[in-house]
Design a protein around this ligand. Sequence first.
Ligand SMILES: Cc1ncc(COP(=O)(O)O)c(C=O)c1O
Length: 363
Amino acid sequence: MSGHPQAPSSTKASPAPTASTASTGEGGSLPGPSAVSDFEIINPSFEAIQAAHRRIAPHIHRTPVMSSSSLDQLAGAQLYFKCENLQRSGSFKMRGASNAVFSLRDEEAARGVVTHSSGNHAAALALAARERGIRAWIVMPSDAPQIKRRAVEAFGGEIVLCEPTMAAREAGAAELMQRTGAVLLHPFDDDRIIAGQATAAVELLEEIPDLDFVLAPVSGGGLLSGTAIATKHLRAAAQVVGCEPRNADDAARSVAAGRLEPAAQAKTIADGLRATLAPRTLAILRRHVDAFSLVSEEEIVAAMRLLWDRLKLIVEPSGAVAAAPALFRKIGIERNSAVRKVGIILSGGNLDLDALPFGRALP
Ligand SMILES: Cc1ncc(COP(=O)(O)O)c(C=O)c1O
């Protein structure tokens, strides 16, 4: 257990929402002002997720679900890894981006698309736009990893660099929209994006329908929102756990407080997890996510090493964040004999090898 108040209770394996302060199951109430009241009607619906899945099928890989008996032994449960590191463009972001791009009417699409992103959404949007035959402008923070910049360029995206703050990213995108008339496709604050991201969990649950836990990383909350909506629809008994670096724990804090909390320093190796929630994703997470688990920088690197070593999978730091709570027994799974099966979304594999501080295995 991490000892953090947002960590799930060590004994929870039952379908009922946990009693942790971050419990947000149906009927759960959280303190704090209602900053999310505009989003009381929770979208997207499961029907929208199914439509997204049909729409994007020609543009995505159906990624494998992998397992390893030695990792199962380490975790004390059966772990099922949904390998979105092997997705087109190198991350799950291709799901949401292609759903949004192929949802546009022809006259909208003709104006092109614009977004701001630290990298994976940018690459995915550039690729989806290329497949639709339209332009994509990408506002990227100046500290985005080289590999992610190169990927955007390789897919034909047009990069505009900005200061590494959310405000600078949003201002840059607004300016581009005004100048070009392009349509903004936000990385997570968009029902079309969330519906697309949800399809990874749909595929995971199609393959392993009786999961007890589903773990996904969270930054702006698009992936976790989609994962939670799909999981609660297909397997209400499964607990959905949001996984965050301890150094960028604003989603756990926001859900606990019931209002958007700013990111603190966000000094984490998980470069894809530095954004903060939007009111839309906060509302969904409060309703559908059972708990949060916070992981240290050392645990992120150690999880990456184990995934390379035992599964031979290249996973980027953000992509390994949801594996750490299961591998390092942070959520009490192994102590509860009712918990057998844990689904984990390995969200991306775009690793900047040059920038990686190779850590040591945890003892
Ligand atoms: C590899 C990876 N995992 C997880 C996330 C988090 O996604 P979201 O912003 O939808 O929470 C991102 C976001 O960029 C990412 O790149």
